[in-house]
Write a protein that binds this ligand. Structure first.
Ligand code: TA6
Length: 313
């Protein structure tokens, strides 16, 4: 089984607009799609679509927290949240024909120390039956920036594989616990190394620096350019075929979900990379966040190219 950790859950509201946004005016939303969000819940839906058993955990609170759980029940995703006093947040994704996707991410309610302690105390029991743990996204206000480091250490002490997908100090601190895999994107590695990525060589060098921190699988997601993987077996760049993206929100989460499924099956690294890139590409072609058409994923899988990349500069 795979457990997905989402400390900052969200009611994700995708606003599909039928005309370009004009700021300062009243805009009517053509179609609104609500989903149980926060990166880890997109991951959970993807893991399920990949055919693996999954459960979701993290913080949920208030009326929005109850609505979130009802959305997960509709998705048939088992969940074991620790309650927080505050309301689970909402995140808005505006998809307009002119600009594509613009996201407004609320920070999340304040979590009390005793609520964080309650999560840490319950975590071991929650992940007991899982082989892979994914930890994704931001954390609500009040949660310590070392929380992911603590969760990774505990999961690894229990023999679990851990995938970390976050940014800023949460990523920096989490790396110290040496998760099995990390999946930063370009912006996240620029922030981590306080640098500007201007070429593929820059991406490779940053990925190499992370690999040197004894992280077995370093994946850099590159949007329509696919993803780079550095691992013990070598370094590879997988590229998807050209496609028409409909909703790119959550594609990084789809890559994490597919890698989690592949890791749980002990797939070979190149196969896992190909599978993850095909899944993320298929996810970008769905209007729903954290969703893909398995037939499309299979078709794209056959068109993903993988090339060996030299990392010794
Ligand atoms: O990656 C997309 C997404 O998961 C949205 O669904 C929205 O929930 C947002 O990211 C949350 O990001 P955060 O970094 O705040 O966890």
């Amino acid at each position: 089984m795979i457990t997905t950790v989402t400390l900052n859950t969200s009611i994700d509201k995708a606003y599909h607009m039928d005309r370009e946004i004009k700021n300062g005016t009243v805009m009517r939303v053509a179609q609104c799609r609500n989903s149980a969000g926060g990166k880890g819940l997109n991951v959970a839906r993807i893991v399920k679509l990949c055919g693996e058993e999954v459960q979701a955990t993290g913080f949920a609170g208030g009326f929005n927290g109850a609505y979130l759980e009802s959305l997960l029940d509709q998705d048939e995703i088992p969940h074991r949240f620790v309650r927080m006093q505050g309301e689970t947040r909402s995140c808005i994704n505006i998809l307009d024909p002119g600009y594509g996707s613009t996201e407004y991410l609320e920070p999340g309610s304040q979590v009390a120390q005793e609520e964080e302690d309650a999560f840490l105390a319950a975590f071991g029991d929650i992940i007991e039956d899982s082989s892979v743990i994914t930890i994704s996204g931001s954390v609500p206000r009040g949660v310590s920036p070392e929380i992911y480091q603590k969760l990774i250490r505990q999961a690894k002490s229990m023999g679990k594989k851990v995938i970390l997908d976050t940014s800023g100090s949460l990523l920096k601190n989490g790396l110290e616990a040496q998760p099995t895999m990390v999946k930063p994107n370009r912006d996240e590695i620029e922030m981590l190394f306080d640098t500007k990525i201007e070429s593929e060589a820059d991406v490779i060098n940053c990925a190499k620096k992370i690999a040197e921190m004894q992280i077995p699988y370093v994946v850099i997601s590159l949007g329509k350019d696919g993803a780079l993987l550095i691992c013990e077996e070598g370094a590879y760049h997988a590229r998807p075929p050209k496609t028409e993206a409909v909703n790119t929100v959550g594609c990084g989460d789809s890559m994490v979900g597919a890698f989690a499924a592949a890791l749980s099956r002990d797939a070979a690294p190149k196969e896992a990379l190909k599978y993850a890139v095909a899944t993320a590409t298929a996810a970008a072609m769905s209007p729903n966040t954290g969703d893909f058409d398995p037939a499309l994923q299979k078709e794209i899988m056959g068109k993903v190219t993988i090339e060996e990349v030299s990392v010794c500069h």
